[in-house]
Design a protein around this ligand. Structure first.
Ligand code: DC
Length: 226
């Protein structure tokens, strides 16, 4: 297999570093980057604007079918909702909550997973999300489950949000991460879990670079194995 055809799927709970690691890997290996959570978030923005709430998953799925969610080429990648740049608008706590609630609806998952699988089928992609290895790309060449303690993940999220000029209290972020963990793990459709054949990487105490390097080794092995 050519390195440019690699499919690398990164799974794990909120704040485990999936985005940071997947983005860096895609850049280093010259692969595309698919942020699947951004698609749930973008749809949540559209649902909110339409006056829909966390219970309105079925209506939001219908809305989703009439919605274009895309990514711009180039760095940093922008998230486009019906052509509108919503890269910043999708990163609030409120939209994260709504995306999490709506993502529990199978109707929504069906719409977004189908689109994600089309993107993955072309190959040459690093995708990340809470069902990346279990549902979207169970046949990925490299499957990784990133994890870290709740405190560590909440701390990272907090730092990330502060860097973007948002200032929720640490306790609020921790609570939100915990709520999301619970919802992601207990949801009926595609609960967060470790896929068969996935390598679990405990990222506590590791830098993003160290995690990226570890996954690059796995990618090398996959390329050599053909
Ligand atoms: O990774 P994130 O925080 O941007 O994702 C936002 C929400 O979307 C998350 O709470 C759960 C949902 N999600 C999902 O259900 N499946 C994915 N592959 C990605 C995200």
């Amino acid at each position: 297999m050519k390195p440019s055809e690699l499919v690398i799927a990164i799974d794990g709970p909120a704040g485990a570093g999936k985005s940071t690691v997947a983005k860096a890997l895609a850049r280093d290996l010259g692969l595309r980057f698919l942020d699947t959570g951004a698609m749930y978030r973008a749809l949540a923005v559209k649902a909110k604007r339409a006056g829909l709430g966390p219970e309105d998953g079925v209506a939001a799925a219908v809305l989703g079918q009439q919605t274009e969610i895309g990514f711009s080429a180039g760095e940093p990648q922008r998230v486009l909702l019906d052509g509108e740049d919503v890269t910043d608008a999708i990163r609030t706590l409120e939209i994260g909550e709504l995306a999490s609630a709506l993502s529990a609806f199978s109707e929504i998952r069906r719409v977004l997973v189908a689109r994600q699988q089309v993107i993955v089928a072309a190959g040459g992609v690093v995708l990340e999300g809470r069902d990346a290895t279990t549902v979207i790309a169970p046949h990925a060449h490299v499957k990784v489950y990133l994890t870290a303690s709740l405190e560590e993940r909440a701390r990272r999220r907090h730092v990330e949000m502060a860097a973007k000029g948002q200032a929720p209290a640490y306790g609020e972020v921790r609570q939100e991460v915990e709520r999301r963990d619970h919802r992601d793990i207990t949801r009926q459709d595609s609960p967060l879990s470790v896929a068969e054949g996935a390598t679990v990487v405990e990222t506590g105490g590791l830098s993003a670079e160290e995690v990226v390097n570890a996954i690059r080794l796995l990618a090398d092995v996959a390329v050599r194995a053909g």
